[in-house]
Design a protein around this ligand. Structure first.
Ligand code: NOJ
Length: 544
């Protein structure tokens, strides 16, 4: 076992609190619910949890509109619940990562309320980005920037006709990070949670904090979302790095292994690596891996580019297949049986790679995207702001199915039936409806089935702990014969090999796997002759 810091190879289980487990029967997941199910995450083999925002919030964007950075929304519990959760997690050997949202506050944050109440040019306004509009009467937005959720990135205030910037929803005004007060406030917020014992922070929109002070038009030259190209006026600008240098000094001053993970949508692994310089963040999400199609050559080049660019900074790569913002990968990979087979193989690929990995709640159950949520159930601002053209992200946020044969599948207190009556007392429906067809996907059902997705993840995470954490990846020559070019095969040290057949036809294991290799784990049944069927991954042990 290596004594490298935990975050260099951890498996971090992402908890979307609202949809994980509901302790009080109001249909909404909460911190006591998470606490009651920590044993499940520990049994699964997670090393850490990342909690999506649970702070007081009007929930205009699933809690990414924070009204108080030092509290817990009553809907999710209390600070005492958070402390109890953290203590229990630590007792179970799980680290705790919280979500930090520094690019914008909620429009209900006391700072923004004060800004609206104060005159233009005041110190209260200077924490945000207020500008005069263009055109006669200032009726046009100050520039052409667009919100990631659709529509203009500016909203006009009625009191005096000025406009404020929001790269996301209007309820999420962007902070002005050139204002020292903003930097000081976030240092204090970091310290608040570090003092409570958290082990790390996931940094929301880490590439967005710095804006070109001239606020120039984009003029169609740059995309609003997705990877940020060089010279973009509000994504991935150099000034943002100074923020992370300061935060790193804060984290280091605690003398324990605190880890930052940045959510930075940038143009290339080389740009990403700049966030991981030794005096900045520790890790960052690798969205290139998530975005890559089910194609051996593309995945291999993403894997190589990620490892290589980050190694230059001594930073470990990270791997992620799903999260609360993207279509679940069972569905992305084709859905149905083929989507499941590929998702099983992808899990073994991801978990065999060097570095750390993220498991989004429910992927270990093989949950698909829910694509038929009724319009009236949808809550993601994207749906409304695009006039329904984009159905938004609710389909990957449907509450987990834990047990039983019908909704709410044990999401709420165990004695609840379907759609019980009194919200707040018990029995409210889950905040998003679960498909009736999920009975076969509950954690309870899968726990006793050795062929289930849950069993696959459990075995993989257990075996992964024995993998040589620091051993680099060494590609092996592909399988010979037809279908060989659809195979990814690599070793991690002499005693472990991973082979993934991304094609449809069975292939022989590559010759380098060696005749004496043992199958440690396979994502699906292998042929009697040891051939690897299509959409299947195998872990081998023993010398090649
Ligand atoms: C990224 C978060 O993951 C997403 O859910 C949120 O909508 C945006 N940042 C804005 O905070």
């Amino acid at each position: 076992m290596s004594d490298a810091p935990w975050w260099r190879r951890a498996v971090i289980y992402q908890v979307y609190v609202r949809s994980f487990a509901d302790s009080d029967g109001d249909g909404i997941g909460d911190l006591p619910g998470v606490r009651s199910r920590l044993g499940y995450i520990a049994d699964l083999g997670g090393d850490a949890i990342w909690l999506n925002p649970f702070y007081p919030s009007p929930q205009a964007d699933g809690g990414y509109d924070v009204a108080d950075y030092r509290g817990v929304d009553p809907m999710f519990g209390s600070l005492a619940d958070f402390d109890a959760l953290t203590d229990d997690a630590h007792r179970l050997g799980l680290r705790v990562i919280v979500d930090l949202v520094p690019n914008h506050t909620s429009s209900e944050h006391p700072w923004f309320r004060a800004a609206l109440a104060a005159p233009p040019g005041s110190a209260e306004r200077a924490r945000y980005i207020f500008r005069d509009g263009l055109g006669p009467g200032g009726d046009l937005p100050p520039n052409d920037w667009q919100s990631v959720f659709g529509g203009p990135a500016w909203t006009r205030v009625t009191v005096d006709g000025r406009w404020y910037l929001h790269l996301f929803a209007p309820e999420q005004p962007d902070l002005d990070w050139t204002n020292d007060e903003v930097g000081d406030e976030f240092e204090s917020i970091l310290r608040f949670w570090l003092d409570r014992g958290v082990d790390g922070f996931r940094i929301d929109v880490a590439h967005g904090l710095a804006k070109d002070p001239a606020l120039p038009d984009i003029a169609g030259g740059h995309p609003t979302s997705g990877p940020a190209p060089a010279g973009h006026p509000h994504w991935d600008r150099d000034d943002v790095h100074e923020v992370y240098r300061r935060w790193r000094r804060v984290a280091d001053s605690y003398g324990r292994d605190v880890a930052f993970v940045g959510e930075a949508w940038v143009d290339s692994p080389v740009q990403l690596a700049r966030y991981l310089r030794p005096d900045e963040l520790h890790t960052a999400f690798n969205f290139d891996f998530l975005l890559a199609p089910w194609d051996a050559a593309r995945l291999r080049s993403v894997i190589d580019a990620s490892i290589e660019a980050l190694a230059g900074e001594g930073a470990p790569p990270t791997w992620v297949l799903s999260n609360h913002d993207v279509v679940r990968h069972v569905t992305r990979y084709g859905g149905g049986d083929i989507g499941l087979r590929r998702a099983r193989a992808a899990a073994l690929l991801m978990l065999a790679l060097p570095g750390s990995a993220y498991v989004y709640q429910g992927e270990e159950l093989g949950l698909p995207q829910v694509t038929d949520l009724p319009d009236e159930a949808l809550q993601d601002p994207t749906f409304l702001r695009t006039g329904g053209a984009d159905r938004g992200r609710d389909g990957c946020r449907v509450p987990l199915p834990w047990s039983g044969d019908a909704p709410p599948f044990g999401f709420g207190p165990p004695d609840l039936g379907v759609g019980g009556a009194v919200p707040g007392v018990g029995g409210a429906d889950p905040w998003l409806p679960q498909p009736a067809g999920w009975a076969g996907l509950t954690a309870e059902r899968q726990a006793s089935d050795p062929r289930s997705m849950l069993s696959l993840y459990r075995q993989a995470l257990r075996l992964r702990k024995a993998l040589p954490g620091d051993s680099p990846l060494a590609w092996m020559a592909a399988s010979s014969g037809p279908g060989g070019d659809a195979v990814l095969a690599f070793r991690r040290g002499p005693g472990f090999a991973c082979v993934v057949n991304l094609g449809d036809e069975p292939v022989d294991p590559p010759a380098d796997v060696g005749p004496d290799a043992r199958v440690l784990l396979a994502s699906g049944p292998l042929g009697d002759d040891g051939r690897i069927p299509g959409s299947t991954a195998v872990w081998y042990g023993g010398e090649g």
